[in-house]
Ligand binder design. Sequence first.
Ligand SMILES: *Cc1c(COP(=O)(O)O)cnc(C)c1O
Length: 303
Amino acid sequence: MNKTIIQDLGEYSGNHLWIKREDLIPFSFGGNKARKAELFFREIDSSDYNCVVTYGSSSSNHCRVISNECCRRGLKCCIISPEEASEPTFNSYMMELFGAEMKTVPVSEVHDTIEDTLRRLREDGYRPFFIEGGGHGNTGTEAYVQCYREIVEQEQELGVHFDHIFFASGTGTTHAGLVAGQLLNGDEREIIGISIARKNPRGRDVVIDSLRSYLGDRVSEDEIQKKTVFIDEYVTGYGKGSPEVTALITDILKRYGISLDPTYTGLAFRGMTEYMKNISGKNVLFIHTGGTPLFFDLLRRKE
Ligand SMILES: *Cc1c(COP(=O)(O)O)cnc(C)c1O
């Protein structure tokens, strides 16, 4: 894939702010799920899978991208969703448009329903490919190791060194990929994941588990522990948003013409803004992980 641009936003809160526009990945409104999906579908395309099974809520960017990738290939796509998060959104409208078969069950039944769906598909002669929610797993991690390498190349092109990198951390896959990229590259900077749902210690432990799984014994436990920074202070309940985040989203749109969303990027941007009050004169990179349809859900709610 082509590199996504790093845009210079100039002085921001006593530091110099740059933004990596993963939201502009040119497929299905972009975002980190589009970067991960490219690797999953490389695997799918190179074998004889004829069906994809995954799960996520009605607002899932991952499920939108996966169902769009399936649709363009004429592959059957089955999405299992928790009924606790099933209100219609622009993402769920698109999943319908792409012809995904959606099954909504209580969250406690999601696991068994996935097993059931996979078993039934195999009985019917399908060869299903299963993708964890959010594209979690080593393939998703690899996508962000690649993104990290891209950032290092772009630093050379731009003649800048980013002292801090901020982004929204959900399933922790993007986070694990960036930290793994750094550990393999052996450079110094702070990579800071702002949690959008999980609290410590579990949220950080999940990132560390992904790192161990991806890195094997290439990097010491000590190094992994040292480089994994997971901030959970701004969690408001997944997808709930807050007046502070909405106000910040409006401000950033007016100032820079860049849209953020209340569930992921807006929350992470807020966390970064708070953090920046304690640093100055640094080069800071914010990774815009996408979620553009969620920005429109927010606009509609405000009508
Ligand atoms: C899924 C998602 C995230 C979180 O990514 P993870 O790899 O699951 O941590 C961040 N931002 C947006 C817009 C997302 O859709």
